[in-house]
Design a protein around this ligand. Structure first.
Ligand SMILES: O=C(CO)[C@H](O)[C@H](O)COP(=O)(O)O
Ligand SMILES: [Fe+2]
Length: 228
C-alpha cells in the first residue's frame, strides 16, 4: 500500500492569508492540499473556485491539490479546475448526470479522478467504474461545513471500501474527510483509509507541525497494527 498521506483542508485556513497558510502547512509536513469547492446549491455553503486554485499555483504551490467538488452539475467546473492546475478532482456521483463521462473528462484532462460518498450514499456507485477511479473519498460528516463530528458508522463503510479496492487490480486511494483528529486518526487508518483530510484539527491549532507530527505518530501505530 502507498504511504499514508495527510491532506489539510484549507476550508479552515485564514482565507485572508491563504498563500501563506498553505505554505505553512506544507512546510509543517502536509502531503496534499485539500480544496473544498461549495456552490450553495449542492451544499448550503459557498467557498472558493478555480481562480483561487490557479492563484495558489502562481504563488508557487507544487504539492498535489485535491479538489473536492461539492457542486451540481459538475462537468463545467471539472474543465475549469483542470485548467487551474488541480491534481485530483473528486465529485459526488449523484451530482453528475453522467458519472462515467465526468470521470473520463477528469482523466482526459491529465488529473486523477475520484468519487465522493456522503454518509448515506451507497458505495454501489463504484460498481461499473472501478477502472476509472484513482480515489474513493468517504465523507465522515455531511458535506458543507468544517468542524463537524466524525460519524462512527463510516468506519464500517471504510472497511467495505478497503475490501473492494484490495480485491480489485486497481491502484485507488481511499480518502476520509470530516471530523478527523489526532485522537481518531489511528482507528480510521486501521479501518482502511490511506489519505486523511483534516481541516479544523490542523488549522485551529497554533503549531501545525506539532499536530501533523502527532497524527503521523498515530499513523505509524496503525501501520504496525495492520502489518503494512
Ligand atoms: O469537505 C468538507 C466539508 O464538506 C471538509 O473537507 C471537511 O469538513 C474538513 O473539515 P474538518 O476536518 O474540520 O471536519
Ligand atoms: Fe472536503
Amino acid at each position: 500500500m502507498n504511504p499514508y498521506l495527510i491532506a489539510p483542508s484549507i476550508l479552515s485556513a485564514d482565507f485572508a492569508r491563504l498563500g501563506e497558510e498553505v505554505d505553512n502547512v506544507l512546510n509543517a509536513g502536509a502531503d496534499v492540499v485539500h480544496f473544498d469547492v461549495m456552490d450553495n446549491h449542492y451544499v448550503p455553503n459557498l467557498t472558493i473556485g478555480p481562480m483561487v486554485c490557479e492563484a495558489l499555483r502562481k504563488h508557487g504551490v507544487t504539492a498535489p491539490i485535491d479538489v473536492h467538488l461539492m457542486v451540481s452539475p459538475v462537468d463545467d467546473l471539472i474543465r475549469m479546475f483542470i485548467d487551474a492546475g488541480a491534481s485530483y478532482i473528486t465529485f459526488h456521483p449523484e451530482a453528475s448526470n453522467h458519472i462515467d463521462r465526468s470521470l473520463q473528462l477528469i482523466r482526459d484532462g491529465g488529473c486523477k479522478a475520484g468519487l465522493v460518498f456522503n454518509p448515506a450514499t451507497p458505495l454501489s456507485y463504484i460498481d461499473h467504474v472501478m477502472d476509472k477511479l484513482d480515489m474513493i473519498l468517504l465523507m465522515s460528516v455531511n458535506p458543507g461545513f468544517g468542524g463537524q463530528k466524525f460519524i462512527p458508522g463510516t468506519l464500517d463503510k471504510l472497511r467495505e471500501a478497503r475490501k473492494r479496492i484490495d480485491a480489485s487490480n486497481y491502484n485507488i486511494r481511499l480518502e476520509i474527510d470530516g471530523g478527523v483528529k489526532t485522537d481518531n486518526i489511528r482507528e480510521i487508518a486501521e479501518a482502511g483509509a490511506d489519505t486523511f483530510v483534516a481541516g479544523s484539527a490542523i488549522f485551529n491549532t497554533d503549531d501545525y507541525r506539532a499536530t501533523i507530527d502527532a497524527m503521523r505518530a498515530e499513523l505509524e501505530q496503525a501501520r504496525r497494527a495492520v502489518g503494512q
